[in-house]
Design a protein around this ligand. Structure first.
Ligand code: ADP
Ligand code: MG
Length: 665
């Protein structure tokens, strides 16, 4: 696409290309390239109250000698900063000149995130700030100097505010107490006060949410014409009776709802939510069994190869012996095998296809697709989901999610789905014992891990993603791996997996852990969802304070899956939030706390997962606004007035051209 941006000062072809690579082609794109965060230089926090959860501005005196040390090529400068409440050590990497510029007794304003390292409270790579007011912070764009980007954005925002018409009708703005579009655009980039910034954020979040919901709502094609699946109930009952375990009441109730949905003329659109380990897979298999028995094909889509393979192995044990022919279709199924699978799906001889995105790639045709199941749905974008459904006429869709979220939020994220909750765990599960392990008790932890491994168990070590710092998530996981491998857990079979590895490599590592060949797995959060290794009984979470509670709960759910007593260790200093987490195993309760404390984005693990940008934006809104826009969208969709209908059409247009993809965080 040619760029209209070259009218801006200092913006030539090369930089237009760099902006294009970041998805910015038009003046409006630039005007809607909102800051990823703000820094309020007047909101100074006492050092004692700084927190790992967020970036803070602190102001204090350098209360000691400036230290400069070299580790090989790396230079580290340290300074102790004190204010009336306490002190913290500021650490800079590879900025040796700071040692000359800073001196004892000097007053500094710093911006950064506090954390404990080896028992000392530190701020890594803080920025040194001058001046006052609220500053926007933009995501870096490769090949574009930051000050230029700021200038262009300011110009584009002025133009947008002056020329681009309002999408939300005046009446709607009044009803919901919203500022104007031009005010929102200007204040989002150059806030005059906290209040004005809050109003701008509210406008933009409202706009994005309502457009998204109107577009989704108007595209919905429920109604007649779905695949009607005539379930053989006695056969289904017999299948369930043959399970290795007795189904829970909740599982039976949800299976009943699914069977009724599939038999009805309107296509099923049902979300099954249940805490990790509640047995969602068994429920999905019952639905697949029923569909296949009635002569329909089913597709089961998982977010990763490993999960797809896990489901496939289950299916080979559970469904194949009952005459349901199953096939795996992932990116690594190629050549002759791939052609066989495609042929089998097209002629109907394969009844169940299990796979990743490959299931919806072009060229995959189904003879009679009647049921589509997606596991751990929130990893998929809305568009991918729609695409899979288009493969059948109007197949029944079943979505499984382990993130317990409030119903309204589910409606916004997944569209108009019916929601079933599996609110009961299979009996006999011993809850995972969760403990906080502060720095000075680490030695005991390593001994404990060794003892469990000696008994034949396996352990996970999970590191958080690290943003905006000298270190990357990969290096922090790599460092931990080195430390465990060469010192702490020397002699054990340890492997490392992180998000930057190639998928095939990653899967190979996970596979060796699953087979028991590897005893300890060090990873970033790639293992968060769905991996099932019943023999693993220890989960160690490094820098646990950086994770949202729901995410910690997901990670904890990776253990306690077999008959062994299981443990989750949070490496962190004691704090109330984590203490509360140690005391409960109830995922719904944890989700409620998380939603209240950190908003929906954290709840869904937005930052950590590869969710598309639209979702990220949606999720950063608070629960009240989500409810408010959901209700408004419903009313507008029913409203036959010309104004409402114009709004719905406009929403669809904007949604389809992706015009609302950037939300303010
Ligand atoms: P999730 O809901 O997290 O996807 P799974 O379906 O993976 O849970 O189930 C977790 C484990 O519990 C599996 O090993 C499964 O065989 C087992 N399971 C499922 N339902 C029951 C049940 N009713 N009783 C006992 N074990 C069950
Ligand atoms: Mg599962």
């Amino acid at each position: 696409m040619a760029s209209e941006l070259t009218v801006l000062k200092n913006l030539g072809e090369r930089r237009a290309q760099a902006l294009g690579d970041a998805g910015l082609y038009t003046m409006s794109d630039l005007a809607r390239f909102f800051p990823r965060a703000y820094r309020d230089l007047d909101d100074i926090r006492p050092v004692s109250e700084t927190c790992f959860d967020r970036n803070d501005v602190i102001e204090g005196r350098i209360s000691g000698k400036i230290e400069r040390v070299f580790f090989g090529k790396m230079c580290i400068v340290r300074a102790k900063i004190s204010d009336a409440s306490g002190s913290i050590v500021a650490v800079w990497y590879n900025q040796p000149w700071l040692a000359q510029q800073l001196h004892e007794g000097q007053t500094l304003k710093l911006y950064g995130r506090a954390e404990y390292r080896r028992g000392v409270k530190q701020m890594l790579s803080p920025q040194i700030c001058r001046g006052h007011g609220i500053e926007p912070l933009y995501k870096k764009i490769a090949g574009v100097p930051e000050n230029m980007l700021r200038t262009w954005i300011a110009a584009a925002a002025q133009r947008e505010a002056a020329e681009v018409p309002e999408v939300l009708p005046e009446s709607l703005r009044q009803k919901h107490n919203l500022c104007t579009y031009s005010e929102a655009i200007l204040q989002a980039h150059a806030p005059e006060s906290r209040e004005k910034l809050a109003a701008a954020k509210r406008y933009l979040a409202f706009e994005q949410l309502i457009i998204y919901q109107l577009a989704l709502g108007s595209m919905r094609t429920r109604g007649e014409g779905g695949a009607v699946i005539d379930v053989d109930k006695p056969a289904l009952k017999q299948y369930i009776d043959e399970w290795a375990f007795k189904p829970t009441g909740a599982q039976l109730r949800v299976i009943g709802a699914i069977v009724a949905d599939m038999a009805a003329p309107a296509p099923m659109a049902r979300l099954v939510q249940g805490d990790v380990g509640c047995g969602k897979t068994a429920v999905a298999f019952a639905a697949i069994f029923a569909a296949a028995r009635a002569g329909w094909q089913a597709a089961l889509m998982a977010p990763t190869e490993v999960l797809a393979r896990q489901h496939y192995e289950n299916a080979l044990n559970e469904l194949e012996p009952r005459g349901i022919h199953c096939a795996l279709l992932t990116g690594s199924v190629t050549g002759t095998r791939r052609r066989e699978v495609l042929a089998g799906l097209a002629d109907g001889s394969i009844q169940l296809a299990i796979g990743t995105h490959a299931l919806i790639s072009d060229g995959v045709e189904y003879a009679k697709l009647g049921l589509v199941v997606t596991d751990e749905q929130h990893r998929f974008g809305v568009r991918q989901r729609t695409k899979l459904s288009e493969k059948g006429q109007s197949p029944n869709t079943l979505v499984m999610s382990a993130t317990p979220i409030p119903r309204t939020l589910a409606l916004v994220i997944y569209g108009d789905l019916d929601v079933s909750v599996i609110d009961e765990l299979p009996p006999g599960r011993t809850p995972v014992r969760t403990h906080i392990v502060p720095e000075h008790k680490l030695d005991g932890l390593y001994g404990f891990v060794r003892a469990r491994v000696a008994e034949g168990r396996q352990a996970y070590f999970v590191c958080p993603l690290v943003e905006d710092s000298e270190e990357t998530d990969a290096t922090s996981a790599e460092q931990l791996y080195e430390e465990l491998n060469t010192r702490r857990l020397r002699g054990l079979k340890i492997e490392l997996v992180h998000g930057r590895m190639r998928p095939a490599e990653k899967d190979a590592v996970l596979e060796r852990f699953r087979s028991g060949e590897t005893q300890v797995l060090v990873s970033t959060t790639v293992i968060e969802v769905g991996v099932n290794v019943p023999n693993a009984s220890v989960m160690v979470i490094v820098n646990a304070e950086r994770f949202g509670l729901s995410q910690l709960h997901q990670l904890r759910g990776r253990v306690g899956r077999g008959q062994y007593e299981s443990y989750c260790f949070l490496l962190a200093e004691k704090c109330e939030r984590l203490d509360g987490f140690c005391r409960t195993n109830d995922g719904f309760e944890i989700a409620r706390q998380d939603l209240a404390q950190r908003g929906a984005g954290e709840l869904m693990g937005a930052r950590q997962s590869g969710m598309d940008e639209l979702m990220n934006g949606l999720m950063s809104a608070g629960p009240e606004l989500i409810e408010e826009t959901h209700e408004e969208a419903r009313q507008l969709l029913r409203d036959t007035s010309p104004e409402a209908q114009r709004m719905v059409l406009e929403a669809r247009r904007l949604f389809e051209k992706d015009a609302v993809k950037y939300g303010v965080n």
